[in-house]
Design a protein around this ligand. Structure first.
Ligand code: DHB
Length: 389
């Protein structure tokens, strides 16, 4: 069979691209190795930039984010036991929205179903071939064990940080950084402990207080990358979180039953170029950022907004040179987000082996940021999202 755009990966990047192409009148087929249910129940990020919210609403995916999401007009940076508010609205006139990635995915999957989109979940043995020809193809086996070959005009690799499609970008250069720590993430059954997110630096390491609903909360704390989540009792998890958040204001988290726990790896990765022949990469397949700063999902949505535009120009206006502009238009934001995620990470985490100098330098950096309108404004601008490219 054939289609215009073959998309490998049915997470937020792949589904949003398929939706945007549909709106423009371009046909696509999406293949995904996980089941819809599996993706919908994998806890991921929680914060949307202003333009990510606009994209979901204005492109007609859903306006549920405006009803069920929560607008956040700032965050707290907390260190030495004192909170410092970064007031996004006052500094840059923007907000972010707390709206979990599982809801973004559910909205996108429902919109593709509503609009008759062709999304094949639970496929296996996916491969891309002939990416430098004008008829590249996706090969895969469907959930009934039938082997398929779908010929396309354009292929997109939106298959996440463990991407197999990017191996076909023959001339790629890969940029990579590892971090000597990870996050221990929990979901708990409790009312919110704070109205906004708290990014906390303590001598015991980083902690982040986020939210999900009025009854369920999301929190993270820095741990060793080889930590095993099951080794921790609920009491030990709560006392570690409480100790990191403790301060002069006697702030305390409201505790509750722990519903889920995972250890999240940390790394920074960029692949350039993001295109080879008629194969283009989007989202985590092209770049992975550490989670501090909540850039991953937003970066993926920014990629596919540009990608939809260049693919439309190529296939509808027969302007194939449009594909040449993709990496250049997407990659500036990627490196800004790489820097921001790295900066937030290194500014707030306990770095193993840090000297007394390193620790005091880090506290000096935090004091410089929260003590300066300019410093706070840079953080607010980056966190709420750079303008569209
Ligand atoms: C969440 C995750 C992040 O990485 C972050 O910076 C903020 C919030 C979250 O899952 O809620």
């Amino acid at each position: 069979s054939s289609t215009t755009v073959g998309i490998v990966g049915g997470g937020p990047a792949g589904l949003m691209l398929s939706h945007l192409l549909h709106v423009a009148g371009v046909e696509s087929v999406v293949v995904e190795s996980r089941s819809r249910d599996q993706i919908e129940h994998t806890h991921r990020a929680g914060i949307l930039e202003r333009d990510s919210v606009r994209l979901l609403v204005d492109s007609g995916v859903s306006d549920r984010v405006l009803r069920d999401g929560h607008e956040h007009q700032g965050i707290d940076l907390r260190f030495n036991g004192v909170s410092h508010r970064i007031d996004f609205q006052a500094l840059v006139g923007a907000s972010t929205w707390l709206y979990p990635q599982t809801d973004v995915f559910a909205d996108l999957a429902a919109a593709r179903e509503r609009d008759g989109g062709d999304v094949r979940y639970s496929v296996t043995d996916t491969a891309v071939v002939d990416v430098t020809s004008d008829r590249p193809a996706m090969l895969f086996t469907d959930s009934k064990s039938v082997r398929h070959e779908v010929r396309c005009a354009v292929l997109v690799g939106a298959d996440g940080s463990h991407s197999t499609t990017r191996a076909s970008v023959a001339d790629r250069k890969e940029y990579f950084r590892q971090y000597p720590f990870a996050w221990f993430g929990i979901l708990c059954e409790a009312p919110p402990s704070a109205p906004e997110l708290i990014y906390c630096r303590s001598e015991r390491g980083f902690a982040l207080v986020s939210r999900r609903t009025d009854a369920i909360q999301r929190m993270y704390f820095q741990c060793s990358p080889d930590e095993s989540a099951d080794d921790w009792s609920e009491d030990r998890i709560w006392s570690e979180l409480q100790a990191r958040l403790a301060g002069e204001d006697d702030f305390a988290l409201t505790e509750g039953r722990i519903l889920a726990r995972t250890v999240l790896p940390f790394r920074s990765y960029t692949c350039e170029p993001m295109r080879h022949g008629n194969l283009l990469l989007a989202g985590d397949a092209a770049h992975t950022v550490p989670p501090t700063g909540a850039k991953g999902l937003n970066l993926a949505l920014a990629d596919v907004r540009v990608l939809a535009e260049v693919v439309e120009r190529a296939v509808l206006k027969h302007d194939w040179s449009a594909l040449d502009t993709y990496t250049g238009r997407a990659v500036d934001r990627v490196w800004k987000a790489q820097h921001f995620s790295y900066w937030m990470t290194t500014m707030l985490h306990a770095l193993p082996g840090a000297s007394d100098f390193d620790v005091h330098r880090q506290l000096g950096e935090l004091a410089a940021v929260v003590g300066s309108e300019h410093g706070k404004r840079y953080l607010a601008e980056a966190y709420t999202g750079w303008p569209r490219s």
